[in-house]
Design a protein around this ligand. Structure first.
Ligand code: GDP
Length: 331
């Protein structure tokens, strides 16, 4: 693990695009050790002036939607443009032991072998809140290391999807045709979050169904309130397997940035995200500091027990714990 006297050297190497330094920085950020956390803060302070230049793209889809195949196709295409691509792959199902590393290497074999690509799996261990913060910081490290496109990928399940949408500039939802999937997508509020909708597997016998599904999405979008006045989310189709439709998708990402650049939309979005992340972090830290106190934990547990055995109402329990905390703070 990095030490303080190695920090200067690591920062210099990271800014020069050294992948080993980037990986070391990431490991530092992911460490829960308090000394490492302090060092991670220093590292982030140092690299901060060198961030903000990349495109931040979020990609989600249900398992089997073709995310890794799509990432290979899109990432591969972007590499041919001479750009550098980083993928942060969040896997809510993988344990903190990091067992998914090999899995991701085989999932995206082309990208993992490419010189100008970098893949980082992020095991979540079930703590989604902390994952957002870490993912944001990993994304910043990639930017400082000169990656032009940073993709954050996750499976499309509930909260993780919402969290990702708040981290990235452009949120791409990868969908499948037919089997009621489109209705499910609409119900889940995907339509309100997505900046680009892509129906994958537009090949073979599936093409007619893909076309129908795309039409359905387009129709539903016309009656939906826009996320940004300047951007109408397009519905595109592709075959990730045959690498078809990929250039149009990249063009849509470019268009998104051009439109959002007008009137400072992107700057405003990023500022809002930064402040939201900070607010959330302060809240989390405050809560953790309070609950680190045994007396507060005891009071909290007691209130839960009392409510469970019906000796006090939930409302009285909340008031009791809150009053206790406020009294302690005021002393
Ligand atoms: P993920 O779980 O979302 O990462 O999905 P994968 O990329 O692993 O793909 C799941 C399965 O769908 C694999 O068998 C892929 O070969 C297949 N697949 C992915 N993209 C396409 C596509 O565009 N067309 C077809 N026919 N199959 C695809």
């Amino acid at each position: 693990m990095l030490s303080l006297d190695q920090l200067d050297n690591t920062v210099a190497r990271l800014l020069a695009g050294d992948r080993v330094a980037l990986a070391q920085g990431m490991t530092l950020i992911e460490s829960v050790h308090p000394a490492h956390q302090a060092l991670a803060t220093l590292l982030l302070d140092r690299i901060m002036p060198h961030t903000g230049m990349a495109k931040r793209l979020g990609i989600t889809g249900v398992p089997g939607a073709g995310k890794s195949t799509f990432l290979e196709a899109l990432g591969g295409y972007v590499l041919t443009l001479g750009l550098k691509v980083a993928v942060i792959a969040i896997d809510p199902s993988s344990p903190l032991s990091g067992g998914s590393i090999l899995g991701d290497k085989t999932r995206m074999s082309l990208l993992s072998r490419a010189q100008r690509a970098f893949i980082r799996p992020v095991p979540t261990g079930g703590y989604l809140g902390g994952t957002s913060r870490r993912t944001r910081e990993l994304m910043l490290l990639c930017e400082a290391a000169g990656y032009d496109l940073v993709i954050v990928e996750t499976v499309g399940v509930g909260q993780s999807e919402v969290d990702i949408a708040r981290l990235v500039d452009c949120f791409l939802s990868l969908q499948l045709a037919g089997a009621g999937d489109e209705l499910q997508g609409i119900k889940k509020g995907i339509m309100e979050m997505a900046d680009i909708i892509v129906i994958n597997k537009d090949d073979g016998d599936n093409r007619a169904r893909v076309m129908l599904t795309a039409q359905m999405y387009r129709a539903s979008l016309t009656i939906m309130r826009r996320k940004y006045p300047a951007w109408a989310p397009p519905v595109l189709t592709c075959s990730a397997l045959e690498a078809r439709g990929i250039t149009d998708i990249w063009r849509a990402v470019d268009d998104f940035y051009q439109r959002m650049a007008v009137d400072g939309g992107l700057t405003a979005l990023r500022k809002r995200q930064q402040l939201d992340a900070m607010r959330k972090q302060i809240e989390e830290n405050t809560l953790a500091a309070l609950f680190a106190r045994d007396d507060i934990q005891d009071r909290y547990r007691r209130a839960l027990e009392q409510v469970e055995n019906h000796s006090v109402s939930p409302r009285a329990g909340v008031e009791d714990v809150t009053r206790y905390i406020v009294e302690k703070i005021n002393h």
